[in-house]
Design a binder for this molecule. Structure first.
Ligand code: SAH
Length: 242
């Protein structure tokens, strides 16, 4: 696709979603190059099910950039279960002030994220490993201003995977679909056990070309360190969510 056509589509979707402030020329160029690199790699590795720009721009780019509004300036950020680079890569494009680490258990996805970030000139660190194991490492535990995650697990499982990484006073931003509120109610108890508390439940619409989809952002503030016994093994987290 030609750059000028991509740019027009990009601006239309970002405008519709109130994200025009993030759509400067150099960012749009990077999103254009990211699309190329992603679709190229997607032929040999499963990065995304979305293969056309009318889907990729709203459902990957606008959906992830939306979270930039809730991340403080110069924050350290961990994206847990970043997969093929979402939200880590879009956030790194629009927020060069952030120091973002992407974590995923699939090593080849992490290699792709790291090399793509380098090609785009983005400051990203990509680490392969299981979230519940890396969370025991003092380098990561209680150390991020902000942890973000999209499409990894239901919140009652996700909170145990993510909240150990958040520093006291920091936040977890869980990007959720239409079930976001119900997921929060189900996870409330576990969030409290992790040292967290709901700060806000933000309801908004993600605007596509014609239709729109319901989204929730569940923002959890961490008030006290996560007790040592968490996170448990993934088997136990899944079998007996708190
Ligand atoms: N966040 C991306 C990818 C979602 S797919 C997006 O929104 O597109 C879910 C990803 O979470 C997969 O890449 C999977 O490898 C990773 N994942 C699931 N459980 C994990 C765990 N316990 N630790 C690390 N990564 C995990």
């Amino acid at each position: 696709m030609e750059y000028s056509v991509f740019r027009e589509d990009f601006l239309r979707i970002f405008e519709k979603n109130g994200l025009i402030a993030y759509a400067d020329e150099s960012a749009i160029r990077k999103f254009y190059d990211l699309t190329d690199l992603m679709l190229e790699t997607n032929r040999v590795m499963n990065i995304t099910a979305l293969t056309t720009t009318d889907k990729i721009i709203p459902l990957h780019y606008a959906d992830c950039v939306k979270a930039a509004e809730w991340i403080p300036q110069n924050a350290t950020v961990a994206d847990i279960g970043c997969g093929g680079g979402f939200p880590v890569l879009p956030l790194a494009i629009v927020r060069p002030d952030l120091r973002i680490t992407g974590i995923d258990s699939t090593e080849k996805k992490i290699r792709y994220v790291q090399s793509t970030a380098e090609k785009l000139g983005l400051q990203v660190m990509a680490i392969s490993g299981r979230a519940e194991e890396l969370a025991k490492n003092p380098e990561h535990r209680d150390s991020y201003d902000c942890v973000i995650s999209r499409a990894v697990a239901r919140l009652n499982i996700l909170n145990e995977l993510c909240l150990p990484y958040v520093k006291v006073g920091g936040r977890l931003i869980a990007l959720k679909g239409a079930a976001g509120e119900a997921e929060y109610l189900e996870a409330k108890n576990g969030i409290f056990k992790m040292g967290g508390e709901l700060e806000s439940l933000i309801s908004y619409k993600l605007h596509m070309n014609k239709e729109e989809e319901q989204r929730y952002s569940v923002i959890i503030r961490k008030n006290s360190p996560t007790p040592k016994e968490y996170p448990r093994t993934f088997g136990n987290i899944k079998k007996k969510p708190l």
